[in-house]
Design a protein around this ligand. Structure first.
Ligand code: HGY
Ligand code: MN
Ligand code: MN
Length: 397
């Protein structure tokens, strides 16, 4: 059966209705939210309609299983707290369309908490054995809710973990989430490698006090500590990083966060990414040394939350070659090989089986924002590349 472009586009828009933000095409569908669980329930029904057997594992990863050995395709359907409609959703719905049109068995997956409400690509990290379930259960989100409690919201739906040996490989289609393809007016990116990441929480504890009466030289102000730490860190990193290295302080919890109180405590995330594991380790050392210096100089207590991370990984050459062949058929002269600076479930799945990834452009390179979008013609081009690749991978009689 041929792929059905209209059905693919209609399902993508249907998924967008779960947690629609009302701003552009944006969605608010964080892992285990009501909208996320409703979307997964709808997806499970679409999988069943496609002749697949829906299966929720203990952490809410949703599989649509084909009978016997199969290729696995998909991505995630949870979103960032302010997310775009395609990040993850595209890979899941494209997989569904391939599964219902392909001659060979294709299973579909939507991993849970790829966006890291509780960690880094949590659902696929647990399934792949990279993160033990008992350790994951102790992780908390930024409001203090434990992972164990959140996944309990899916309790009635879940069964055991799926045996990964039933899958012959994994292909994930995704939006690029960066400017390269859009700037170069290209349609397809075939991923060569996915960068590695480290992510941890740092806390400075000073002394909360009155903002009118506490002399400047007696303060132990947690915000001033964070500010000094950030400036010194940027300076120190300059000797170590490349133009591709990135680091972000993206979440800051300043206590008690009031205009007339010298803040006594700050807890903040530090995340850094690079394609070289040695560089990631060197950056961690710099972070820890710098934080300890600031704490000593400014009279702060210093503590760290759990350090999470994923190693850089290369894509499987034969799956990648099938995608390259498809890209040449569909978008000759308008595709490239490229690394991924964003993280993906494929990194975790590569512990279990060969993996490969395909990108389509992000308009203006914007993602993790309600404004995220891709031209419909590019979404459809990506779907056709997948279709070509899957046909090429079909076992020869
Ligand atoms: O942060 C990432 O790279 C991914 O979108 N979760
Ligand atoms: Mn994603
Ligand atoms: Mn994302």
């Amino acid at each position: 059966m041929a792929i059905n472009e209209n059905r693919f586009v209609a399902d993508l828009h249907k998924l967008r209705e779960f947690g629609a933000s009302g701003v552009g095409k944006g969605v608010i569908r964080p892992a285990y939210s009501e909208a996320d669980i409703a979307a997964r329930t709808w997806l499970a029904n679409r999988m069943a309609d496609a002749g697949l057997t829906p299966h929720f594992d203990p952490v809410g990863n949703l599989f649509g299983l084909a009978d016997g050995p199969s290729l696995l395709m998909g991505s995630h359907s949870d979103s960032q707290p302010e997310g775009g409609w395609l990040d993850g959703a595209l890979g899941v719905i494209a997989a569904l369309e391939i599964a219902r049109s392909s001659d060979q068995p294709v299973s579909v997956v939507s991993f849970q908490d790829e966006e890291g409400r509780f960690g880094v690509t949590t659902g696929s990290a647990i399934w792949s054995g990279g993160l033990p379930l008992d350790q994951a259960d102790e992780l908390t989100d930024h409001t203090g809710i434990p992972f164990a409690t959140a996944r309990g919201a899916m309790g009635d739906l879940t069964e055991g973990f799926v045996d990964p040996t039933r899958f012959t490989g994994f292909i994930e289609m995704h939006i690029e989430q960066g400017p390269t393809l859009d700037t170069q007016k290209e349609q397809i990116g075939v991923v060569t490698d996915i960068v590695g990441i480290r992510d941890m929480v740092v806390q400075f504890e000073g002394q909360q006090n009155h903002a009118g009466t506490t002399p400047m030289h007696l303060r132990r102000d947690a915000f001033q500590a964070l500010s000094a730490f950030n400036t010194r860190l940027n300076d120190r990193f300059r000797n170590v990083v490349t133009p591709q290295t990135v680091w972000t302080i993206g979440h800051v919890d300043l206590h008690p966060n009031a205009s007339s109180i010298v803040p006594g405590r700050v807890r903040f995330s530090v995340q850094w990414r690079d394609g070289d594991a040695d560089r990631l380790a060197r950056m961690e050392e710099i972070i820890r040394v710098t934080a300890a210096e600031i704490a000593a100089e400014m009279g702060m207590g210093l503590s760290y939350g759990p350090m999470l991370g994923l190693e850089p990984v290369a894509m499987d050459p034969s799956l990648r070659a099938a995608l390259e062949h498809g890209a040449e058929q569909v978008a000759s002269g308008k595709w490239r090989r490229m690394p991924s600076g964003a993280l993906h479930d494929a990194t975790n799945v590569s512990r279990l089986m060969p993996v490969a990834m395909l990108f389509v452009p992000s308009i203006n390179g914007i993602s993790h924002d309600f404004a995220e979008d891709t031209a419909e013609s590019d979404l459809i081009a990506g779907l056709h590349v997948l279709d070509h690749a899957v046909q090429r991978l079909q076992p020869k009689p």
